[in-house]
Ligand binder design. Structure first.
Ligand SMILES: N[C@@H](CCC(=O)N[C@@H](CS)C(=O)NCC(=O)O)C(=O)O
Length: 242
């Protein structure tokens, strides 16, 4: 059997979600690093793996695909991972699906916005984002946190019940993006903080630390944007600054 290859940049939340899951469920895979900051996802070679030119992407023999949620499900089906990751009970499974659907239009854009304003603004423009814009993004993040805590988590150990599922790793990867802000964004969310610790323990505390290093140190490691990426990043920045 050929080894599955994953194309990842761990600065990206959907890449971390796939990475956490693959590592935690001991799926053997080849890790192909695609550095977004250097524009490696725009190469002709990567375009053959994912014409959408986004990470994560997967290659399994001649089969290739993108989209993190779909990749997670592919890995679950291919490797028949333990049931708790994507429960066969249809109502628990529906809860995972419900979270994944909500995250695409809420948690992902909200946490991306914080990252782009706090980390990408100085990288692309050479100056900090204004406090007003940062505060607006932090307010949005608070709404997301409140929803995850009060609507999805409630008083359960994990988002869909007593055991960890892919909904938890997807959520952990999203909210991990906030470590770039340098603020303790969880101080007002005790239940969410305790949940975060449980998910980290389920995935592996060291693995989580290592996987978040790129984003935590992003501002130290990304000082000068490659000239060919400037225009593209500028356009994205304008989108997130609205
Ligand atoms: N819906 C996609 C989103 C993937 C995505 O937006 N990836 C970003 C990194 S977080 C990317 O590759 N961006 C490159 C670009 O847009 O040029 C998924 O969940 O996989």
């Amino acid at each position: 059997m050929t080894e599955v290859a994953l194309y990842l940049d761990l600065v990206s939340p959907p890449c971390r979600a796939v990475y956490f899951f693959a590592k935690a469920s001991k799926i053997p895979f080849k890790n192909n690093v695609v550095q977004l900051g250097k524009g490696e996802h725009l190469s002709e070679e990567f375009g053959k793996v994912n014409p959408l030119r986004k990470v994560p992407a997967l290659k399994d023999g001649d089969f290739t695909m993108g989209e993190s949620n779909a990749i997670l499900l592919y890995l679950i089906r291919k490797f028949k991972t333990p049931d708790h990751w994507y429960p066969s009970d249809i109502q628990k499974r529906a809860r995972v699906d419900e979270y994944l659907a909500w995250h695409v239009t809420n948690a992902r854009p909200g946490t991306s916005k914080l990252f782009w304003l706090k980390a990408m603004t100085p990288y692309v423009t050479g100056h900090e984002v204004t406090p007003e814009k940062l505060n607006a993004a932090l307010c949005e993040f608070k709404t997301i946190s409140t929803t995850i805590q009060d609507v999805f988590l409630q008083d359960k150990p994990f988002l869909v019940g007593d055991e960890v599922s892919i909904a938890d790793v997807v959520a952990l990867a999203d909210i991990g993006q906030t470590c770039v802000s340098g603020l303790d964004v969880f101080e007002d969310y005790p239940k969410l903080s305790a949940w975060k610790q449980r998910v980290k323990e389920a995935v592996g505390v060291e693995l989580c630390k290592e996987a978040h290093e790129g984003v935590a140190k992003f501002r130290e490691t990304h000082k000068q944007v490659p000239p060919e990426m400037k225009e593209k990043f500028q356009a994205r920045l304008e989108y997130f600054s609205r």
